[in-house]
Design a protein around this ligand. Structure first.
Ligand code: ADP
Length: 473
């Protein structure tokens, strides 16, 4: 059984304590992770601090060339990395392969975009004075990432930070650390100098505390639950660190009476069943206009029945959930909904395939009183809410403290513009269930987070703008 180390100042480090890493498809241990604790985190932060002057002091072109090599190495090792992702996260292999492409695309994008970072020279109101701004990297960055996209969430943060000249201490999820370790190996091979990218593994509470409170850290970027995001924000406030957060969602997915219903079903499958529903932009509440409900549900049930549940290594469409906690959450949503009057159209329980596999499940007659309406289910559960008028629909969609992604299907341009404007969500998919690329600003309103990743905004998050006022006398 392999032991997995942390990367600190270019050295692979172990400790006396180890945590098991499990394959969720069969709960077998696939390796052990050394827990380097707060001492390891502190050393990694110091290493990042020491590496910062040389890395940030070099040219954007120098950093861009190294990042492009990292990108090429990831693409070259796509098969091996995809298998690692499936083994530790459970997602189907075809989704892991897509994640490698998606995750690598951030590195290429930020390597290119960083060449275009520039300041401004203003038309000064004072003839003797020159006024200008320059952009500079913010400093040492802590990055904490989740298990549902073990590669893409890491590259989206680290490559943006590194392209700007920042140095990074990454804490990947303890459930899926192997992908990050492989990425770090390839980063060293690509020429990333020691200390520029550090990976610290272990107990999240202890390491998270160091990463969010240490005075040498200037920025914390986090993707995960709203609960932990709020905790990190509180920790960061003592030293006024810059904070970027990508937190939970409660995405509405709306099917209007003028939708192309086949496309809407396919879009829902894309949005809901990717990674067995374990993504923060998964459709979580499906609103269907009364007049098309029967036809839509018939098409949906039919489609869902064709999805193959099974081990991600064996050509399946839906893999396991990450752990028992995830199964218990789904069961509690279903129990609560049925008690309050929902109808079970299909699924509803754990699959015979294995302990962590859950049947794709549809509940109709869901209302705002139910857990399934108010909480992210993070699984293959589709709660259906029937609606009559656009006005009441908008109110229901926005009736949540979250605001990450929203989707709707309609062929009416007036409606499309009206609904797009009124939805209080950071990302809106119109006639599509797939919205994520390197190019779009990814992020949410309300308690879904702060800031945007990907796009040109993704670089700005790691840059400080400095104003220079120069009296030429
Ligand atoms: P999820 O419920 O989706 O697993 P979490 O917010 O628990 O989301 O996990 C996202 C990331 O946050 C993971 O890397 C996890 O290890 C880390 N994490 C969990 N608890 C804490 C904490 N108290 N402080 C810092 N990081 C944490």
């Amino acid at each position: 059984m392999k032991d997995y180390h942390s990367l600190i100042a270019g050295n692979w480090v172990k400790s006396s304590k180890k945590l098991p890493i499990e394959n969720p498809a069969n709960q077998k241990i696939i390796g052990y992770l050394y827990d380097v604790g707060s001492q390891g985190a502190k050393k990694a932060i110091e290493a990042a601090h020491n590496a910062f002057p040389n890395w940030s002091g070099n040219t954007a072109k120098y950093r861009s060339d190294i990042l492009k090599k990292w990108y090429s190495l990831i693409k070259k090792n796509k098969k091996e990395i995809s298998k690692i992702i499936t083994l530790e996260s459970g997602k189907p292999l075809k989704e892991s392969e897509a994640e490698v492409e998606y995750g690598a695309s951030f590195i290429e994008w930020f390597a290119e975009q960083s060449l275009r970072v520039s300041g401004e020279i203003f038309n000064s109101p004072d003839i003797k004075k020159k006024m200008m701004t320059i952009k500079q990297p913010i400093g040492v960055v802590s990055a904490i990432t989740p298990w549902n996209f073990p590669l893409a969430m890491v590259t989206r943060k680290t490559s943006a930070a590194m392209a700007c000249g920042c140095t990074v201490v990454l804490k990947p999820s303890e459930l899926t650390p192997i992908t990050s370790i492989k990425l770090a190996e390839l980063a060293l091979k690509a020429g990333v100098p020691p200390g520029v990218l550090n990976v610290v593994n272990g107990n999240p509470k202890i390491i998270g505390k160091s990463l969010s409170t240490h005075p040498l850290v200037k920025k914390i970027t986090f993707t995960g639950s709203t609960l932990v995001g709020k905790l990190l924000m509180r920790n960061a406030s003592n030293t006024v660190k810059s904070v970027s957060l990508e937190l939970g969602g409660n995405a509405p997915f709306v099917v209007f009476d003028d939708s192309n219903l086949e496309n809407a079903v396919n879009g829902l499958i894309d949005s809901k069943f990717r990674n067995a529903g374990q993504t923060c932009i998964s459709a979580n509440r499906v609103f269907v206009q009364e007049s098309v409900e029967k036809k839509f549900l018939d098409l949906l049930v039919n489609k869902i029945e064709s999805l193959k549940i099974g081990d991600g290594m064996k050509n399946s469409d839906i893999g396991p959930l990450i752990n028992t906690k995830a199964i218990l959450k789904l069961k509690s949503h279903i129990k609560d909904a049925l008690k309050k009057g929902a109808n079970l159209l299909c699924g509803g329980s754990v699959s015979t395939v294995g302990e962590l596999f859950f049947q794709p499940t549809i509940l109709s007659n869901v209302t705002s009183k139910m857990m399934a309406f108010n909480n992210e289910n993070f699984g293959p559960l589709v709660p259906i809410i029937t609606f009559k008028k656009d006005e009441s629909l908008i109110k229901m969609c926005n009736d949540t403290s979250y605001g990450l992604a929203a989707y709707f299907y309609s062929q009416n341009s007036k409606r499309i513009w009206n609904i797009s404007e009124k939805l209080e969500f950071g990302m809106v998919g119109v006639n599509t269930g797939k919205i994520s690329t390197y190019l779009n600003p990814f992020g949410g309103f309300k308690e879904s987070g702060i800031g945007r990743e990907g796009s040109t905004d993704g670089l700005e998050a790691f840059l400080e703008k400095k104003y220079i006022s120069w009296d030429q006398n």
